[in-house]
Design a protein around this ligand. Structure first.
Ligand SMILES: [Zn+2]
Length: 104
């Protein structure tokens, strides 16, 4: 399974990453707390997923059983944060390469 980090590291846009991610067909948003039970499989184990560089705190919720993902913010907002993370990680990657090339 491709993690979100891996997809972002491949320079995809936030929108592409969003579309590749298995967001649930359930369009309800859960702004404060994760759903008590997964709307897709009824399992009661959902965790908040935090995305380094995009935003402090949970960006979306994920079911630990079916890996269904549920929105905390609107689709547009989620994509905006994915874009921020994507750009940041590409910049950091570039920075790392520059450092490696510097003479000692
Ligand atoms: Zn589930």
């Amino acid at each position: 399974m491709d993690g979100i980090e891996e997809q972002l590291a491949h320079s995809k846009s936030g929108k592409e990453v969003f579309e590749d991610m298995k967001f649930s067909q359930c369009t309800k948003r859960f702004p404060d707390e994760p759903p008590k039970t997964c709307p897709d499989c009824n399992y009661d184990g959902l965790q908040g997923i935090e995305l380094l560089g995009a935003k402090e705190g949970t960006l979306f919720w994920e079911c630990v059983r079916c890996e269904g993902r549920f929105l905390r913010y609107t689709k547009q907002t989620t994509i905006k944060y994915l874009n921020i993370a994507s750009k940041l990680w590409i910049d950091l990657g570039g920075l790392e390469n520059i450092c490696e090339e510097l003479p000692n």
